[in-house]
Design a protein around this ligand. Structure first.
Ligand code: AKG
Ligand code: FE2
Length: 293
């Protein structure tokens, strides 16, 4: 008999009720495994329900500030104060261990930021997000921004950025999704979310058929935001202020396919001015086609 890798509604209710009664998350995972659930899936399902129902679960409050069961491995991000890429030195300003987050300076030059904005401005359309049920890209209300994609290695300018970014993220270029530029006007925000595909959502499986799970993200800031528009990590109370050419990097999938829910993050409302970012998501394996590299 194959291990169960979907979450029937009655099990979802069972997890929620037992968390609310104060049961230890690990005991629920153990019970699920005894009932033929896949162990990695069971952990992700319990984590997922905990995240959804944070206010009602005393067990959640009692958890240590390290994600339940998530094993932190050696970061993919290179060690040291400086990352020397093939064409630029990138400086590490701040590191957080749990979850693994880093703030990086000088990932892009001022000219590259301006060029990305210039190229994006004319091909903007309303941002889409992966619908949890269908796995399709849909326009959703949680994200009041506009965006556009650049295929991997689309041209020499983009290829140069893809290569440098892959070196910083210490992943092969072809594990990356195409760069996504986002523009937020005044009032624009991106509500807290996970960049990984939650395994308990059916649409995630569609997303993961090519390239597998996302493992890491780098959000690069293309302009100075007058007020607001910070990248927030509500689980740990961290707020990163946009600075032109700098970036926030974070990792959330380990070699056991565990997902770090402490990487919950969002873009706080832009209260004055506008905000431009470009985001790179890395997958576990090769993602789609790559013209070079
Ligand atoms: O706007 C931000 O600071 C966050 C963007 C983000 O979460 C993403 O692009 O996945
Ligand atoms: Fe995100």
């Amino acid at each position: 008999m194959n291990a169960i890798t979907h979450l029937p509604p009655e099990w979802q209710k069972w997890i929620r009720e037992n968390l609310a009664r104060g049961c230890a998350p690990q005991s629920l995972i153990d019970d699920m495994v005894r009932n033929h659930f896949d162990p990695v899936f069971a952990r992700a399902a319990v984590n997922g329900v905990m995240t959804d129902s944070a206010p009602l679960a005393p067990a959640f409050e009692a958890l240590p500030r390290v994600a339940a069961g998530y094993v932190y491995e050696k970061p993919r991000l290179p060690a040291g104060n400086l990352i020397r890429t093939s064409d630029r030195d990138v400086r590490i300003v701040t590191r957080v261990k749990h979850p693994m987050i880093a703030v990086l300076d000088g990932v892009l030059s001022i000219e590259e930021c301006d060029e990305l904005i210039r190229r994006s401005a004319d091909k903007m359309h309303r941002s889409t997000t992966v619908d949890p049920i269908s796995g399709k890209h849909e326009v959703i209300a949680d994200r009041s921004s506009e965006g556009t994609f650049f295929q991997i290695n689309a041209d020499p300018f983009i290829a140069r950025l893809d290569r440098r970014i892959a070196e910083v993220m210490n992943s092969p270029v072809d594990h990356g999704e195409g760069l996504q530029v986002l523009h937020y006007g005044t009032g624009g925000e991106y509500k807290p979310h996970f960049d990984y595909f939650p395994p308990e959502e059916p649409g995630s499986h569609v997303q993961m058929t090519i390239g597998g799970q996302r493992v890491s993200t780098m959000v690069m800031y293309l302009n100075e935001v007058e007020e607001g528009g910070t990248t927030i990590f509500p689980e740990i109370g961290l707020e990163v202020v946009p600075k032109k050419g700098s970036a926030v990097y974070f990792e959330y999938t380990n070699s056991h396919n565990q997902l770090d829910r402490l990487t919950l993050h969002g873009g706080s409302p832009v209260t004055r001015g506008e905000k431009w970012i470009v985001t790179k998501w890395m997958r576990q394996r090769r993602y789609g086609e790559s013209a070079a590299g």
